[in-house]
Each structure stands twice: as structure tokens, then as C-alpha cells.
Design a binder for this molecule. Structure first.
Ligand code: SAH
Length: 221
């Protein structure tokens, strides 16, 4: 048997030390976190930190999310039938969360406002043969109307208040996970579409980069 390479071992340790003790127990999410090479979604100079318990810079003032947060957001969707689920992600970055989602659900639609990041993400996902992800360049605060409604929506950037178009693109009983609040400190909120209303729940404190767009912050906030 070939010994696992250093990244594989670091990834298994990441799951055991960072995710399981903090309550990540969805078997699909755990398996995806073990399988997807996080180092593939960041500049090479950060590779030695790739399985550390933190976000890392990917350029353009943006970051790759902390592994725990990625796992927590996806688990919080509480998908009833993950293998049939169609999910929308806002804020693709280099594509890490989209990659994790792609291993858990049927199809991922993801929107990124910075063109070079969207292109990088496309390339990263393609190289790994993760083909069930569609990426669009644009303002994701509008959602992706053509493919709505979704079985779940995750937003990887923080908005001043919940973007209404995203709520409108949820299927019945589906949830939107979105950080809301001031720069650098926000609450991660979960909105679930129930009958003609939305049930709101506060999940945790978080620190995301800003969602910039029509239903987010202004460019020069
Ligand atoms: N999902 C990524 C995290 C990316 S950081 C991961 O798994 O690592 C958040 C991303 O949101 C940034 O790339 C930023 O450019 C993007 N973003 C900010 N506002 C946006 C908007 N209105 N529409 C789409 N993407 C946006």
C-alpha cells in the first residue's frame, strides 16, 4: 500500500481535529472534506498552510474560507436528499466550497464578481474533473434567476441585510445560509422558506469579506 502523501494525511487530520470535535457529523460533508484537495484552491506559496484551521489569502483582497466554516455552512443546509439537490453558492473565490458542495450534491451553481477568480475557479474544478459546477461572473446578490428555485443557497460574503432576491429563489423548506453584519464581524444567519414566510435562526459569529453589489455593500463602502 502506498503511504498517503503529506497533503492526504494533513486532510484526514483536519477532519479529525478541526471538524468532528466541533460537531460536523454529516457523513457526506465529512467525506468531501477528506477527499477534496484544499491546497489545489490556493496560491502555491500558501500550500504549507493549506490544512490549517484558518482562511488564507487568494489575492484581490479575498480569501479561501476556513475549512470548518465551509463544512458548517453546508451541513447547516440540512439537505434531505443531497444527491438530488441543486445548490446556489454566492462568492466562488478559487472554488473550494463549490468543490466540496459538488461532492455532496447533484449540481452547484456559483456566482463570483471578480473575473480572474471565476476563471481560476473554473480551471481548478476542471483539473479535478469536478464537472457538476456551473460558474457565472457577475453580481451574485441577485442570485441566479434562470436556475432558481434552489434546494439551498450559501453566501460566502457578508451583506448588510439579507438580499431579498436570494430568499425569493429558495424552494419550499429550503434554507439560505448568509453572514449578515458589519465589516469583520457578522452573524451567520439561516433563513428557511416555510409556507409564505421565512423562519430565521442565528447560527454563529463569523468574519467574512463583504458582499459587494446591488443587495450588498457599495464598491467603496
Ligand atoms: N467560496 C470561497 C470563498 C470566497 S471569499 C471558498 O470556498 O474559499 C468570498 C468571495 O465572494 C470573494 O471571491 C468575492 O470576490 C466574492 N463576492 C463578493 N461580493 C460578491 C457578489 N456580489 N457576487 C459574487 N461574488 C461576490
Amino acid at each position: 500500500m502506498t503511504p498517503p502523501n503529506r497533503f492526504t494525511q494533513a486532510r484526514l487530520d483536519m477532519v479529525t481535529n478541526q471538524l468532528e470535535p466541533r460537531g460536523i457529523n454529516d457523513p457526506y460533508v465529512l467525506q468531501a472534506m477528506r477527499d477534496v484537495p484544499r491546497h489545489h484552491f490556493m496560491p502555491e506559496r500558501y500550500h504549507r498552510f493549506s490544512y490549517h484551521d484558518r482562511p488564507l489569502p487568494i489575492g484581490h483582497n479575498q480569501t479561501i474560507s476556513q475549512p470548518y466554516i465551509v463544512a458548517f455552512m453546508i451541513q447547516s443546509l440540512e439537505l434531505q436528499e443531497p444527491k438530488n439537490a441543486i445548490i446556489l453558492e454566492i462568492g466562488t473565490g478559487f472554488g473550494y466550497q463549490a468543490a466540496i458542495l459538488s461532492r455532496v450534491v447533484k449540481h452547484v451553481y456559483t456566482v463570483e464578481r471578480i473575473e480572474i477568480l471565476a476563471e481560476n475557479a473554473k480551471e481548478n474544478l476542471h483539473q479535478l474533473n469536478y464537472l457538476n459546477v456551473s460558474i457565472k461572473m457577475g453580481d451574485g446578490s441577485y442570485g441566479w434567476y434562470e436556475h432558481a428555485p434552489f434546494d439551498g443557497i450559501v453566501v460566502a460574503a457578508a451583506a448588510p441585510e439579507v438580499p431579498n432576491p436570494l430568499l425569493a429563489q429558495l424552494k419550499p423548506n429550503a434554507s439560505l445560509i448568509v453572514p449578515i453584519g458589519e465589516h469583520g464581524r457578522q452573524y451567520l444567519l439561516k433563513y428557511t422558506a416555510v409556507e409564505d414566510d421565512f423562519h430565521q435562526e442565528t447560527l454563529s459569529h463569523v468574519a467574512f469579506v463583504p458582499l459587494i453589489g446591488e443587495y450588498g455593500w457599495a464598491e467603496n463602502y
